[in-house]
Design a protein around this ligand. Sequence first.
Ligand code: AMP
Ligand code: ZN
Ligand code: ZN
Length: 403
Amino acid sequence: MKRYIAIFCLVIISTITFAQSKPYVILVSFDAFRWDYLNRGLSPNLEKIREEGVSALSLRPSFPSKTFPNHLSIITGMYPAHHGIILNNFTDPFDKTFYRMSDTNSVRDGRWYLGEAFWETAERQGIITASYFWPGSELKLSYRKPTYNQAYDHNRPYETRVDGVIDWLKLPSEKRPHFITLYCHETDTQGHNFGPDSPQTNEAIKRLDYIAGYLLKKVDEIKMKDSVNVIFVSDHGMTSISKERTINIENIVGSEKCKFYDMGPVMFVEPAKEKIKEVYDILKKNENHYKVYYRSEIPEYYHFNDHPFISSIVVIADLGWSAVSNYARKSEREEKGNHGYDNNQLDMHGIFLATGPSFKKNYHTGTLWNIDIYPLLCKIFDIYPRTNIDGKLDRIEFILNNN
Ligand code: AMP
Ligand code: ZN
Ligand code: ZN
């Protein structure tokens, strides 16, 4: 009997020790927080992390530099053409079904998601995860979701979101998540409505910086400051646009010839099969403030041609220009800022800041790539990444304190 009690105690002690030695990571995304917003002197909390922890000059998004494609790139380590969420809204041309970021049914339908999110990788290897909002975190299949998640609610106050994260960290250790995501949209909304250089965007920067400080203060209050890593990222940046810098692609080719999907920085153009060359030739002849490509011709550095739902012809507008069709919603025509452009443009770059026991202190580096965050997380938790990813650990692991 005594022997059984001893073994039982040993198992309990080693389980607790293992649980305690496992790291904690909170991954925070501030939508469209451009890399250089940190230089405006409006974000004391984030600037403090920049000085004390790890800071990258910028975080390079994947192409197209839009919200859903990039949140999925961050969490899967794959380019959008590989994880399947190629735009915020797109169509399966074979069965004519739609993926729409505003449509709960489609964002929860696992058939669109071809990559493995970090929470899936982690849960399979014994790590409890949670998400206070993240694109792709609400799938109907329980094994593809974090243990704890929240249905997206755009209007939920940011403080409530942080409090939710803290409540998860206060759970008893056997139920407590070790990886948690958090998402806030403020800089995206104000950046679109008023432009990246507007007073409203400056207010959004201050608001999100306050939320960053609030999160760190709350983590400190529950005495977890020394054990929790916090990574602040953004999915992309923002650039100024204007009505004067608009190209009406439909007027150039004629609407009877093709269908147009999405607009702004990237437009999918799908002519009837026999018209593909004709439409391409017209767009090529008129190429001004945009580039037109056959799908197979899209430059290699975009990694954006090997997904069957990408249209036969793709138009990519120059930075700050918008490709539109005659169907352009009024709200879109009046926007002052946008993103989605060439991911090598600095205006499209976001932030990467990290603090906590796994990271070097006072360490500044150049631009990091968002597809490398997934292998970085796997390294922090010492778990196996999927082998089919695009991200590379050796491009990023030097920011960890044991490297
Ligand atoms: P974008 O059109 O790329 O600027 O998308 C930004 C918008 O994405 C924000 O205004 C959010 O409302 C929306 N969004 C972000 N995360 C989610 C989510 N998990 N579910 C639904 N919508 C989201
Ligand atoms: Zn975004
Ligand atoms: Zn946006």
